[in-house]
Design a binder for this molecule. Sequence first.
Ligand SMILES: Cc1ncc(COP(=O)(O)O)c(C=O)c1O
Length: 439
Amino acid sequence: MTVRWPFAFSAMQPFRVVRAQGAYLYTGDGREILDAAGGAIAVNIGHGRAAVADAMRDAAMSTSYVVPPWLTPARERLLERLVRDWLPPGLTRLHLTCSGAEGVETAMKIAIQYHAARGKPAKTAIIGRTPSYHGTTLATTAVGGHEARKHGLAHALPSYMRVPAPYPLRCAAEDVTASCLSALEEAIETAGADNVAAFLAEPIVGASGGAIVPPDDYWPGVKSLCERYDILLLADEVMTGFGRTGAKFALGECTDAHWPVAPDVVVAGKGLAGGYAPITGVFATERVGAAIEAAGMNVMFHTFAAHPAACAAADKVLQILTEEELVARAAKAGADLKARLQETFAQHPRVAQVRGKGLLLALEVVADRADLGRFPAAAQITSRIAAEALQRGVAFYPGGTGVVRDVVVIGPPFTIGDTELTRIVETLAVAIDAATSEA
Ligand SMILES: Cc1ncc(COP(=O)(O)O)c(C=O)c1O
């Protein structure tokens, strides 16, 4: 029998990985690969931590499964730790899903239910951004601004309004924030504020744009528009959450966020269990949760949501992040890595920008640095850079949306050492030259 995996051939070559330890993957044919992308930007405490495996085993032995609304020791420990040590203030209503897409879709449903519960059932529209990525379900694919992932689906997707995400490198307007906020306000007014439930966005655009950081006045501006028009702010921190960008969360009314702005709902997955288990959190304010509850509505669970073994993994990963002060380390290692990349590529004719925060970084590669002209899509530069790097033993994450392209995303474990940082920079330089020299 021929086994076909993955389902359909993609640009990313499947590797047979038989072991992983720290920041390294080991293949069946004896190769060692530096995991500079933490898989899909998920691995934060490094691979092969026995303490996490032990916690998962203990949870499975103690209470292998009970329905998500009930409590188990592992579930209870995680919920307490989240509120005590991790979540921005005010997020008291917690829901857990298996994937980021389910989490984002739940947040969209919560926004619709919230308004319906307050007697505003017409407020159903969710405004998204371009570029963005929110997951693979029909609704998250539809609301997202990721053209390549709509291939073969676009004609059947429900329609959502989208506004530009701030993209300082390529924004024609002098004031990036003003232009993005006026696009958002225009979208709200076109739809009619009475019809808009929420604005959904990643605080720092993840892989779809390649770690695009907005100007500092963007998020406060978004928040005030949301308040003015009675629209919920849904922060997709699936990639940025739990320390990836060198802060616990990118948004939050607290000192350890990048922007002091309080979302109404935060979705965060990936790093929550550091790649050891599938788990994502949907965290909402008391105001939102209480309105839904008072109207007798509920937020339905997935059968395997908040799985005890996944909760145990997340609880242990969060404990390790705190005990080893790894969020601060992500900030410091990220700043070091960014500085080295900026120095190395300062004059490089093919690198338009090195950007990002903490250990969510990216490079945008162009055909011509002077006019930011892109390589044609058919040249598949991102895949070629990733392949060249992989041949040299380093795994990067190919980002972009098809429209935005040739962004190479870097998101290693927070435990990454100095030698590995040097290897990331050196390998990337060689891989970019090799991939672009004949294009
Ligand atoms: C910002 C963002 N949101 C949502 C998702 C979807 O998460 P998942 O793949 O776990 O469904 C991703 C995945 O890459 C993401 O980066």
